[in-house]
Design a protein around this ligand. Structure first.
Ligand code: FPP
Length: 240
């Protein structure tokens, strides 16, 4: 099976999963974390080199305070519990987003986990936390403007590579496939620059129910897609 080098996932539907069962929303997030752990293992097993999970958007700060607090606790516990597993699986943890906004406890666990796993090389697991793509692009543009202000760069020299290198995702390939669960067909301010040529896959399945079987279905569909990057079918596959 052809697997993407970089898979990005918008893990949506935890709240609805819980509400359908008359459970508190946070229990949906607990099951969402279990689904995320299983997905990390499965992706590594399949040889996917980069997995990026949208875990908390910059807009999610506007949710009820108790849900935000519980999500932060859950995240902290996830990081603490997963360290051994990331080390055992040779997985490097990265983060994208404005992590200055995270509670200091979460930030220090995150930074410690990134440092401990920095040399792992089988897969890069990137968590998007307090992440919004427009915010990421703005922060990147400010960095370029600073370089211009310091005389290190001329405005007319700025090209796509310059911007790519100052985004939070610097050094990562662009996603080949984006999966969004729960039936919503939106990008929701996720990786707007990086998704320019990404294949999009939407499924009705709610995130806690999205397991290896559902991933295989998405990858089969991905395998059938022809990626043309703006060229013609004949140019990308001359034999046809
Ligand atoms: C979407 O469900 C999920 C989130 C807002 C973020 C939380 C994600 C997890 C807890 C899973 C993975 C976590 C880690 C740390 C890897 P929703 O609340 O938007 O669902 P709804 O649209 O049905 O309300």
């Amino acid at each position: 099976m052809r697997v993407p080098e970089h898979l990005a996932i918008i893990m949506d539907g935890n709240g609805r999963w819980a509400e359908q069962r008359q459970l508190p929303r946070i229990l949906g997030h607990h099951h969402g974390v279990e689904a995320a752990k299983a997905m990390v293992e499965e992706c590594r097993r399949l040889g996917i080199r980069f997995l990026t999970l949208y875990a908390f958007s910059s807009e999610n700060w506007g949710r009820p305070a108790d849900e935000v607090r519980s999500l932060m606790e859950l995240l902290n516990r996830f990081l603490a519990q997963e360290l051994d597993s990331l080390l055992a699986q040779n997985i490097r943890l990265r983060v994208i987003g404005d992590i200055r906004q995270l509670p200091s406890g979460v930030r220090s666990t995150l930074e410690a986990t990134m440092a401990r796993t920095a040399h792992n090389s089988d897969m890069v697991l990137t968590l998007a936390l307090s992440y919004g793509s427009r915010d990421e692009i703005l922060r990147a543009v400010r960095r370029l403007a600073e370089a211009v202000g310091q005389g290190l760069l001329q405005p007319n020299q700025i090209d796509e590579d310059h911007l790519t290198q100052v985004l939070d995702t610097a050094g990562m390939p662009e996603p080949d496939l984006l999966i969004r669960t729960s039936g919503e067909m939106r990008i929701s301010n996720f990786l707007l620059w990086q998704l320019a040529y990404t294949e999009l896959y939407f499924t009705e399945v709610l995130w806690p129910d999205f397991g290896p079987a559902q991933l295989r279905q998405a990858l089969r569909e991905f395998g059938r897609r022809q990626r043309r990057f703006g060229l013609t079918a004949r140019q990308v596959q001359p034999d046809n």
